[in-house]
Design a binder for this molecule. Sequence first.
Ligand code: ADP
Length: 308
Amino acid sequence: MSSDRIVVLGSIVQDLVSYTDRFPRPGESVRGNDFKSGSGGKGANQAVAAARLGANVAMIGLVGEDMFGDSNIKGLTENGVDTSCVGKTKESHTATATITVNKEAENSIVVTLGANLFLTPEVADANSSIISNSKMVMCQGEIDEKGNRRAFEIARKNKVITFLNPAPGDANMDKTILDLVDIICTNENEAEFITGIPQNNVEDAKKAAVEMVKMGPQHAIITLGAKGVLLASKGHNEIEHISVDNVEAIDTTGAGDCFCGTFAAHHVAGVSMIDSIRSAAKIAALSVTRHGTQSSYWKLDEIKEKHA
Ligand code: ADP
């Protein structure tokens, strides 16, 4: 058993971003002013966030047999993620997110999940050895829920910590998976989807955190953007409210994934729940001061330099 490995079973997505003055109408072509592409997908983002902090991270994922598949695997490897369990499928293409951003910074996004939809329970079974020999398995809500469930079943049998970030959130999610989850981490939207408690303020979020703990997990974490982070734990009456540094936010894309990956990196290293959350809140706040998703995640040496 690798005492400190995090294994992420999750999505890998190629982001393709075009910047235009305005969105095209149906049937119309408009000219773009700029274009950027980057690696994304909630699974890959969380794996990269953890690996950039020096954690031992392996990814279980699927890409297509195409150039985006190759470049995403290369990007994960360059960030220190073990990609030996990232497969290539003939069944579909590497997932893409085709994003258009207009002059008002509004976006319109088409996500085509392609190869990620083939992350079935059989894929989890085929990788059961790496799951059972890790310290934590992390899953998100961007792939077939049955694949997540099987990964958690394997983890539970082997006393591996199970972590679920049910993003992007689906009101129809089968909530019985929460019986298999040790730590759930959501934002306010996802907390509402899971508990049905409308989220309008911190008090509502506290109620949702308590409710989520009743639904199975030992710990429920709710991130509230600049308003801080909540932690509710089984057997503790008090809900912790951890504050977030006041920063000049430039781009909050992928902040939740940064939080999850950073939390995991600290927790598997033996740091307590509350201190892992404090560190994750600080490092995710740093990520929103930079543009991009994975490219905005700070590396350990950059953080050390900042605090030297
Ligand atoms: P999501 O991206 O999933 O909606 P949040 O918006 O809650 O998640 O952000 C996750 C974490 O990123 C927060 O807990 C915080 O650490 C950091 N963060 C996000 N927005 C800000 C902000 N405006 N100022 C400081 N930190 C932020």
